[in-house]
Design a protein around this ligand. Structure first.
Ligand code: ATP
Ligand code: MG
Length: 180
């Protein structure tokens, strides 16, 4: 499974529809401070179902919609579309190519699509659950998170390592067994 392309339209600083086609191998995104690198990563998080505006550096979710610049009026909707190659069926779906799309309007209305079909947020979250790339995973580490990990308490770091290793479930099972 790998990222094939990302379309960003009206999300954060991307007032113009922008398409990024990922090649095989490692992709690096470079650019001056404030040029939108983190916004690209946030677009990936958002389309996979991120529900926390704070994680996306905003107060309310509508803050992700392009809110204007000196020479441009604000837009009324944000759209992000992510296409993944699923020919190895890493994601639990029969599709060999998966396109997830999320739209948010200033009215607060939102829409989620899976290969062009309207779906619920839950369907998108379930698609990525246990894949290691969903909204709760550590596959995407934001800038602020790095400092949080380094400056955090050892106990918090341990929790993070346990989550990555997937031992959390076993710890919970052990505690339940010991209580019996
Ligand atoms: P750095 O190198 O400092 O980490 P970066 O390339 O990661 O920078 P971002 O943080 O992705 O940059 O982009 C920040 C820019 O995005 C700011 O100029 C900010 O004004 C703009 N921005 C964020 N949200 C919106 C929005 N809703 N509408 C318009 N512009 C926005
Ligand atoms: Mg950044």
């Amino acid at each position: 499974m790998r990222l094939v392309s990302l379309e960003i339209d009206g999300f954060k600083s991307f007032a113009e529809k922008t398409v990024i086609n990922f090649q095989t191998g490692v992709t690096g995104i470079i650019g001056p401070n404030g040029s939108g690198k983190s916004n690209i990563i946030e677009a990936i998080r958002w389309v996979m179902g991120e529900q926390s505006a704070k994680t996306l550096r905003g107060d309310k979710m509508v803050d992700v919609i392009f809110n204007g610049a000196t020479d441009r009026a604000p837009l009324n909707r944000a759209l992000v579309k992510l296409t993944l190659d699923n020919s190895d069926h890493y994601l639990n779906t029969p599709y060999t190519e998966v396109t997830v799309c999320r739209k948010l309007f200033r009215s607060g209305d939102s829409e989620y699509l899976l290969n062009g079909q309207s779906v619920r947020l839950k369907d998108i979250v379930n698609l990525f659950i246990d894949s290691g790339i969903g909204k709760e995973s550590f596959a995407v580490i934001s800038q602020g998170r790095v400092a949080e990990i380094f400056n955090g308490k050892p106990q918090d770091r341990r929790k993070m390592i346990e989550a990555v290793a997937g031992v959390g479930k076993y710890k919970a099972d052990k505690e339940t067994a010991q209580r019996r």
